[in-house]
Design a protein around this ligand. Structure first.
Ligand code: GDP
Ligand code: IMO
Ligand code: MG
Length: 418
């Protein structure tokens, strides 16, 4: 029996879906523990592409129990659409379970997300996915939220929603509020067979010796506590979030796997010291197909940043790394890795918590020789070109965490296990 946590080490979209799908094969249970449908996890199996937003990336195996944990915020309409989409493609969702304590994203949260973003000054825009994530978590923390179990209780649901006085906040009419309540009750009816007491279930499975895999969404630098605040999401994508979002205590966790993209991307606003606004940035975007899985927005691209990655190794207590997308770097003459920032003539190696300092950070780079070979067909580590191995080993050495998996393509089979 083991419990593993997988997290994103950068600003999301590191390839968590691909690695979870790969490692899920040896798991009995896959649990999503935070975030919502702001996430977009891509799985490619036998050439078929699946984009998951809420359902754990273990769903393609018919023998894995997939649990949406208490720490996730759920838009029930979107969840039902995702379930129907999979069913239509012949993927059963019978093994899905939903925590009754997960909070609900209401249509009002989506409206509020949009309005808040519009109201921010140009300097403070976050570039959210406008899925209602921030407002839903705000209500959870304010203790005014609606939980999945509430969708099964008309009286309670009506009270919770009416107490929020959405008419005053958003100018919606009484009829609109009533219509939302009726829709939510219908969604609740459809989701009822899947809603469970997830904490009891998880510990029952743990005691039976099941292999449990916790799938994070977003990434460390989007964490509300550890990320580039305020340009972050409203949850804890870091390893600690796996505990609070599932009900598994820290002493039960055996491994924390960090997914590292071989370069850096960010979608949305906020500081990004190694961003490349030149042809190399364009090369990475084009070659890596760096367009958002959820919103389709072009991702900002840049060199790998060890200041970020070392910080990420610390705040997540990483035990191993899965390195993705090194195949995208093929064809670049030179590669750069940022090992420090220069801020006001000072060399800084600890990630600065101060937003203004970070905005003044100038990356200090080490330069590596590139390689031309297409590496997407490599099956063994020794088949990789020497310069690719040198690049990978430099990351490993600096992060002081073993790179056990090297992903060289989006397909499940395009993977080197070291
Ligand atoms: P996630 O949010 O962390 O699950 O990542 P996304 O799915 O949003 O974005 C990662 C993208 O890279 C997806 O399109 C994946 O199919 C793709 N991908 C994952 N690993 C690799 C890899 O090793 N090489 C290449 N070329 N693509 C990859
Ligand atoms: P996955 O799981 C990349 C970003 C948004 C925005 C910020 C806040 O696919 O890696 P939110 O809607 O959460 O309030 O937006 O966070 N963001 C992501 N960026 N990958 C994600 O998820 C993201 N989820 C949110 O672009 O900058
Ligand atoms: Mg994604």
């Amino acid at each position: 029996m083991s419990i593993k946590v997988l997290i994103g080490t950068q600003w999301g979209d590191e390839g968590k879906g691909k690695v979870t799908d790969l490692l899920a094969e040896k798991s009995d249970v896959v649990i999503r523990y935070q975030g919502g449908n702001n996430a977009g996890h891509t799985l490619v199996v036998n050439g078929e592409v699946f984009k998951l937003h809420l359902i754990p990336s273990g769903i393609l195996y018919n023998n894995i129990l997939c649990i949406i944990g208490n720490g996730v915020v759920i838009d029930p309409e979107i969840l039902l659409q995702e379930m129907d989409g999979l069913t239509e493609r012949g993927i059963s969702v019978a093994n899905l379970r939903i925590s009754g304590h997960a909070h609900v994203i209401l249509p009002f949260h989506r409206m509020l997300d949009h309005l808040q973003e519009e109201g921010r000054s140009q300097d403070n825009k976050i570039g959210t996915t406008s899925r209602g994530i921030g407002p839903a978590y705000t209500d959870k923390i304010s203790r005014t939220g609606v939980r999945m179990v509430d969708l099964l209780n008309e009286g309670k649901l009506t009270n919770r929603i009416k107490e929020k006085k959405w008419g005053e906040t958003l100018g919606v009419t009484e009829q609109q509020v009533q219509a939302v309540i009726q829709d939510l009750l219908k969604f609740g009816e459809k989701l009822k067979p899947y809603i469970v007491d997830s904490v009891s279930l998880i510990h029952k499975l743990r005691k039976e010796g099941k292999e449990i895999f916790l799938e994070g969404a977003q990434g460390t630098m989007l964490d509300v506590d550890f990320g580039t605040y305020p340009f972050v999401t409203s949850s804890n994508p870091t390893a600690g979030g796996a505990c609070t979002g599932s009900g598994i205590g820290p002493t039960m966790i055996d491994d924390v796997i960090g997914v590292v993209k071989a370069y850096t991307t960010r979608v949305g606003e906020g500081p990004f010291p190694t961003e490349l606004k030149d042809d190399t940035g364009e090369f990475l975007r084009k070659n890596g197909q760096e367009f958002g899985t959820t919103t389709g927005r072009a991702r900002r691209c840049g060199w790998l940043d060890l200041v970020v990655l070392k910080y990420s190794a610390n705040v997540n207590s990483l035990t191993s790394i899965a390195l993705t997308k090194s195949d995208v770097l093929s064809g670049l003459k030179e590669l750069k890795i940022c090992k420090a920032y220069k801020i006001d003539e000072q060399i800084v190696t600890d990630f600065p918590s101060d937003r203004e300092m970070l905005e003044r950070a100038v990356p200090v780079y080490d330069t590596f020789k590139g390689w031309n070979e297409d590496i997407s067909g490599c099956k063994k580590y020794s088949e990789l070109p020497l310069n690719a191995r040198k690049y990978i080993e430099a990351i490993e050495k600096e992060m002081e965490v073993p790179i056990n998996i090297v992903s060289v393509g989006s397909g499940r089979e395009r993977t080197i296990i070291r």
